[in-house]
Design a protein. Structure first.
Length: 362
């Protein structure tokens, strides 16, 4: 098959580019893959993968529009000249909008699949225009893949038929995880000789970065726990201001945005990873920490209770972090339960179920 994927892609950060990179690598073993992606990063085509970069106007309200226009015309050319069998948009907008507009403009072929990853259904749909976009994409696609049951239910609330949605969880392979020990990683990363609690993700309200700092304030006076934020985002200035106001700057480090591999190293070097998300469509960071054997806990929000065992989901973060640090028995039980729960989320299963969606005739 000839498959066109429309998606963010590394070196862009986040769960969607990581997911797409794994999918492209798998599909290119048997199929020809055309990837339409954001920005000019100098990504190179290779083997069965042709990468088409769309320049964007990097201004808030023009970023999505410029990608939509550029991606649409490139998609139209690909379908015409490369006989594309499947269009697969990763994210409902703007990648999904590109496929939806092509479907409206050119008819039923090729097959059109969309994957909803989280904020497209949970944040974009909060506004009237965003909700209309989501409904339009859901109506025109042949199949909507949701990466959690939670997202599938949210899609149905927006009027997208349950018969059109398919649950396919994200997958993870051990091969891509750091092999070095916790101790050696601490030396490489030059981490302080204290207990390390880590947040990894976008510094935003949705990801709960502010909640993480409230947790840091709770432990700051004890002096033996250090809090690290891996990532960047719109809330960084406010978060740094909070640290100064509460006089906890010596207990908190902002290390900035890192590559996916470096982010994993920070997590593996930690004593606790905290996922305080208010909105979460899946929870890849939590799954990665679970698989690496790092104690990880999360708020019971979004899809997190789907992928994590009860022992790892808590509304009392300070108590649970303290218990992890002080109780070896609890810490070992948490790691064991988390690892067992993580084993059902495999790339092989994700790939097989996606292949079936591509080949299925409605």
């Amino acid at each position: 098959m000839n498959i066109c994927i429309i998606s963010p892609y590394p070196p862009q950060s986040g769960g969607v580019p990581i997911h797409t990179e794994s999918l492209v690598k798998h599909l290119s073993k048997e199929h020809k893959v055309f990837l339409i992606t954001y920005g000019r990063f100098g990504r190179h085509s290779h083997g069965n993968v042709k990468i088409i970069e769309v320049p964007i106007i990097d201004v808030k309200f023009l970023r999505g529009l410029s990608f939509f226009l550029g991606a649409f015309f490139r998609l139209r050319g690909l379908v015409k000249h490369e006989k594309i069998d499947v269009i697969h948009s990763q994210f409902m907008h703007p990648p999904g909008t590109v496929g939806s507009f092509y479907r409206w403009f050119h008819g039923k072929k090729p097959r059109f699949v969309v994957t909803a990853h989280g904020s497209d259904l949970l944040s974009l749909a909060q506004g009237r225009i965003g909700r209309s976009i989501i409904k339009c994409v859901g109506k025109r696609c042949d199949r909507l893949i949701c990466v959690s049951e939670y997202l599938s239910k949210e899609a149905q609330k927006l009027g997208i038929s349950r018969k059109k949605t398919t649950l396919i969880y994200n997958g993870l392979e051990d091969r891509g995880l750091p092999k070095a020990s916790k101790e050696s990683l601490r030396k490489v990363l030059n981490l302080p000789d204290r207990k390390i609690v880590t947040f990894s993700g976008k510094l935003s309200e949705a990801k709960g970065a502010d909640i993480f700092l409230i947790l840091a304030e709770h432990f700051a006076r004890k002096g033996d726990v250090h809090f690290i934020l891996v990532g960047d985002g719109p809330a960084r200035d406010d978060l740094e201001g909070f640290c100064k106001k509460m006089a906890i700057t010596k207990s908190v480090s902002f290390v900035g945005e890192k590559s996916h591999q470096d982010s994993l190293k920070y997590m593996k070097a930690s004593d606790v990873v905290v996922v305080p998300s208010r909105i979460e469509g899946f929870g890849l960071t939590a799954l990665e920490a679970m698989r690496m054997g790092v104690p990880v806990i999360a708020f019971p929000n979004g899809a997190l209770p789907e992928i994590m065992p009860d022992i790892a989901v808590t509304e009392n973060m300070p108590h649970t972090v303290k218990k992890i640090i002080e109780s070896r028995k609890f810490r070992e039980a948490l790691v064991k339960r988390n690892r067992e729960a993580s084993k059902k989320f495999t790339l092989e299963k994700m790939f097989d179920e996606t292949d079936r969606i591509y080949k299925k005739r409605l």
